[in-house]
Design a protein around this ligand. Structure first.
Ligand SMILES: Cc1ncc(COP(=O)(O)O)c(C=O)c1O
Length: 486
C-alpha cells in the first residue's frame, strides 16, 4: 500500500449503513483529527486520490471535506489543498472541553458580585425581589400540616398534588398535560442532563441552536454526543439549514428555546414552530423545549410554548422556575411524552432519588393559593419597566452601528458590535470600569464570533441601567474609533 494512505487504513465505509457515505467519511476523518492521528497542518489527500483509494465517488469526498471545513476541522487554501485545522478545547467532540467549561462558569451567576459593580451579567432575580414573606407562610403551613412527612423520601416522580397543580397551570398556558406525565426535577440543568442520559448514546447526534445555553452543551458532551449547531435567525432556527442537516445527520434530539431564546432573546415565528415540529416528525427526532422565561413575555400577545403545537408527542417540555422565582430552590419540571417517560423517570431516580419534598409541598401550596400568579404579575411589572428603560438607554447611548434585536421580554438583550470591534475587549474594559457583562463567545459551541455581548437587566434598577448603559456606550464608541484616534 502507498505510504500516502497509511493514515486512512482504519476508514471503513459501508453502503449498507443508513448513514450517507459522506457522513461516514466525515465521521472517520473527524475521529482521526480529534485523536491526533492527523495533526494540525496535515495536508489531506487530493479529492480524486482519496476517492479512488476508498472506491467512492469524488463527490463523496468533496462533501465530507466541505462538512469538515464548516465545522472547523480543516481549512482550505486555494490552489494548494485542504489542511487539518488547529483543534481547540471547544471543538464539538471534546467530552471535557476546558474552554467551554470555563465559559459555562462565566454565564453561571456568580454567588458574590464585587461591591460597587454595576451587574449586567447575572440573570436571576435579585434577593430583594424574592417573595420571602409569602414563601415563609406556605412553609409554615406545610410544616404544621405534614409534620415529619415533609422530610421523608419523596416519590421520585414528584409530590402528586404538585404534579396536579402543574398540570392545571399548563392547561391554562394551552398545553395539554396530565399529572402522570409530569416529572419534578431539581432545576432545569438536571432536566437537560437526565434527558441526555435517557435519550443519547455515545456518538449520537444532537442539534442545538447557535448560539445556545452552554449548560446544555456541557450536558450533551458529557454523554459523548456529537453536537451540530443550527444558526439562529431573529424568528427562530435557520430552517433551510435545519432541513439539510437533519436529512444528513438524523439527530436523536433537537434542543430549542422557542420563546425568548437564551442568549439572543429571539422567539420562533408560528411558521417556524410548525416546520420544526414537522421536520422532527419526518426524521423521527425528539425535541427538548427549554422554557426558562416565557412568563416574562411582555408583548401584547404572549406566545404559548412550542409544546402547545405538539400533536404527536415529540416535544419534551422543560420548565425552570429559577429565572422567575427562586433559583436556590432548585425546582423545575419536565412534561414527558409517554415514549420517553420510563427512561426519564429512571434517570431522575438514578440521579438524586427525588427533589426535596419540603420544597415541592411548599411550592404546591404557593400555586394552589394563587400566590404564584400574583408573584408573576408583580415581577412582570418590575421587569417591564427595566426592559423599557434598557431598550431606551441602548437607543440613546449606544452607537447606532451596534444592533440590538427587540426581544418579546425576558431579562437580557443581545448586542451585536460592528465588524472589527472585539466583544471580549469591550467586556474586559467594561469590567475594569466596574461594569459586568457576558461576552457572547460563551454561547457558541465552536468557532465563536467575537462580536456579541449579552446584557442582563435582571439585577440593576432603572438608575443603574441608565448609568451602566451610558458607560457601555462610551466604551464601545472608543473601540469604534480608528486606532490612531483612540
Ligand atoms: C436556558 C437555560 N436553561 C436552563 C438553565 C438552568 O436552570 P436551573 O437553574 O433551573 O437549573 C438556565 C440557567 O441559566 C438557562 O439559562
Amino acid at each position: 500500500m502507498s505510504q500516502e494512505f497509511l493514515n486512512f487504513v482504519s476508514i471503513q465505509l459501508s453502503r449498507e449503513n443508513k448513514i450517507s457515505l459522506y457522513v461516514q467519511l466525515y465521521d472517520a476523518l473527524r475521529e482521526l483529527i480529534i485523536n491526533g492521528k492527523l495533526s494540525h497542518g496535515y495536508l489531506l489527500p487530493p479529492v480524486r486520490k482519496l476517492a479512488a483509494y476508498l472506491q467512492v465517488n469524488p463527490g463523496t469526498v468533496v462533501s465530507a471535506y466541505k462538512l469538515l471545513e464548516q465545522n472547523g476541522y480543516i481549512f482550505s487554501r486555494s490552489g494548494s489543498g485542504s489542511y487539518v485545522a488547529e483543534i481547540s478545547g471547544d471543538s464539538e467532540d471534546n467530552c471535557q472541553p476546558p474552554a467551554l467549561e470555563a465559559e459555562f462558569e462565566a454565564v453561571v451567576p456568580k454567588a458574590v458580585v464585587p461591591h460597587n459593580c454595576l451587574d449586567f451579567a447575572t440573570v436571576m432575580p435579585p434577593p430583594d425581589l424574592l417573595p420571602i414573606d409569602d414563601f415563609k407562610s406556605v412553609l409554615i403551613e406545610v410544616l404544621d400540616r405534614d409534620q415529619g412527612n415533609a422530610f421523608s423520601y419523596q416519590d421520585s416522580q414528584g409530590f402528586l398534588p404538585l404534579r396536579q397543580s402543574i398540570a392545571r397551570y399548563l392547561k391554562d398556558q394551552g398545553v395539554r398535560a396530565q399529572a402522570d406525565n409530569v416529572q419534578i426535577i431539581s432545576g432545569a440543568q438536571q432536566g437537560i442532563d437526565i434527558v441526555a442520559k435517557s435519550l443519547l448514546n455515545y456518538g449520537d447526534y444532537v442539534f442545538t441552536e447557535n448560539p445556545t445555553y452552554p449548560g446544555a452543551i456541557a450536558a450533551f458532551r458529557s454523554r459523548g454526543a456529537k453536537i451540530i449547531e443550527i444558526n439562529m435567525e431573529n424568528d427562530g432556527m435557520d430552517i433551510r439549514e435545519l432541513e439539510t442537516k437533519i436529512r444528513t445527520f438524523r439527530p436523536k434530539l433537537i434542543y430549542v428555546m422557542a420563546n425568548i431564546q437564551n442568549p439572543t432573546g429571539y422567539s420562533y415565528s408560528i411558521a417556524k414552530r410548525n416546520r420544526l415540529i414537522g421536520l422532527a416528525r419526518r426524521y423521527n427526532a425528539m425535541i427538548l423545549e427549554d422554557d426558562y422565561i416565557s412568563e416574562l413575555d411582555v408583548s401584547n400577545v404572549p406566545l404559548a410554548p412550542l409544546k402547545a403545537l405538539d400533536r404527536d408527542q415529540r416535544v419534551i417540555y422543560l420548565k425552570s422556575f429559577s429565572k422567575i422565582f427562586m433559583p436556590g430552590l432548585r425546582l423545575a419540571f419536565l412534561l414527558m411524552p409517554p415514549s420517553v417517560a420510563t427512561r426519564v423517570m429512571a434517570s431522575k431516580h438514578n440521579s438524586d432519588i427525588s427533589t426535596s419534598g419540603l420544597t415541592q409541598r411548599a411550592f404546591d401550596l404557593y400555586l394552589r393559593k394563587g400566590i404564584w400568579l400574583q408573584h408573576i404579575a408583580a415581577i412582570r411589572r418590575i421587569y417591564l419597566e427595566r426592559y423599557q428603560t434598557t431598550l431606551a438607554a441602548i437607543e440613546q447611548f449606544v452607537p447606532p452601528t451596534v444592533t440590538c434585536h427587540r426581544p418579546r421580554g425576558g431579562l437580557t438583550c443581545w448586542l451585536a458590535l460592528p465588524e472589527g470591534v472585539s466583544a471580549r475587549q469591550v467586556v474586559a474594559e467594561a469590567e475594569a470600569q466596574g461594569l459586568l457583562l457576558t461576552p457572547g463567545t460563551a454561547f457558541f459551541p465552536r468557532q465563536a464570533p467575537d462580536r456579541f455581548i449579552r446584557l442582563s437587566f435582571a439585577v440593576a434598577g432603572s438608575a443603574q441601567i441608565l448609568q451602566g448603559i451610558k458607560l457601555l456606550g462610551e466604551i464601545i464608541a472608543r473601540f469604534c474609533l480608528p486606532s490612531t484616534a483612540k
